[in-house]
Design a binder for this molecule. Structure first.
Ligand code: PAF
Length: 279
């Protein structure tokens, strides 16, 4: 495994692999790796000749009062995880190499970026889309892997790749959960033991909503779920919405495939989760 800390060097290495006919897989991460990330590495290992994992806490996707400085950066442990899973390259660029002084170019995916999380984190998806374009250009990836816990992020990147005719295939990967049902996230480390215990109810509530989806009015499904979410210890809901799977518009009677997407604070930790609902 090679650790690459420089943008041009990474691009040169990736280009060489491309010219040798290797298929390249990119797993973009912000580090603080967990089983969810490992599932993406393993998928790339199965599909691609070369797996590149980027670990970059992207300043562009954090708002002014968010956790950019506090975001966990356990670099040694992360490198061990990559090594153990036979990652070929770990790309860890410094922020000033990715976005040097005078950087002026941004990518926006209208509408999809403005709903759900976009209402609470207005610059977030612009930062995500921009860094992903850069990482794809640096890695020459044939495939890039994203976890479905960040469902809106996945839809935005998928749309961007389609609209801009990227050659990279954007691959969705299932949510990985703890045995309790809690979706695994780098931010779970912020939760206290009690909060973690309480957070397991989120998935339980989503599964109950899924049962209701087939028979009940959507407003009722949502109302029932919201009233249960509000009872979780120290919770504050940013949103809990049932939206169409493809365009993220609020689902209605005609919707056949929907996603119930939730962003909820448990104490000082913001958690995302979702469940796909098919009629
Ligand atoms: O999901 C993440 O970890 C980040 O948003 C990503 C995709 C690596 C972009 O910085």
């Amino acid at each position: 495994m090679k650790v690459v800390k420089n943008v041009l060097q990474m691009q040169k290495i990736a280009l060489k692999h491309l010219q040798n006919g290797d298929e390249i897989g990119l797993v973009p991460t912000m580090g603080a790796l967990h089983e969810g990330h490992v599932s993406l590495f393993l998928k790339s290992k199965r599909n691609d000749d070369i797996t590149i994992v980027s670990m970059f806490v992207n300043p562009m996707q954090f708002g002014p009062n968010e956790d950019y400085l506090k975001y966990p950066r356990p670099i040694e442990k992360d490198l061990e995880i990559c090594e153990k899973n036979h990652v070929d390259y770990v790309f860890v660029p410094p922020a000033n190499d990715m976005f040097p002084q005078g950087y002026e170019t941004f990518v926006e995916v209208k509408f999809l970026q403005d709903v759900l999380c976009g209402l609470f984190r207005p610059i977030h998806f612009r930062g995500v889309a921009t860094v992903i374009v850069k990482l794809l250009n640096v890695s020459y990836a044939n495939r890039a892997y994203f976890g479905m816990k960040d469902f809106q992020q996945f839809k935005i990147i998928e749309k961007m790749a389609k609209d801009l005719n990227f050659k990279t295939k954007i691959i969705p990967c299932p949510i990985v959960r703890e045995r309790s049902g809690l979706a695994i996230s780098s931010r779970n480390c912020y939760l206290s033991a009690d909060e973690k215990n309480a957070s397991r109810n989120i998935f339980k509530i989503l599964k109950e909503a899924l049962q209701d989806f087939k028979n009940k009015d959507l407003n009722l499904v949502k109302r029932n779920a919201v009233s249960k979410l509000k009872k979780i210890m120290n919770s504050k809901i940013d949103y809990a919405e049932i939206v169409n799977f493809n365009d993220l518009l609020i689902a209605d009677k005609a919707t056949k495939k929907a996603v119930f997407a939730i962003a909820i604070w448990i104490g000082k930790t913001r958690l995302l989760d979702n469940i796909v609902m098919i009629k």
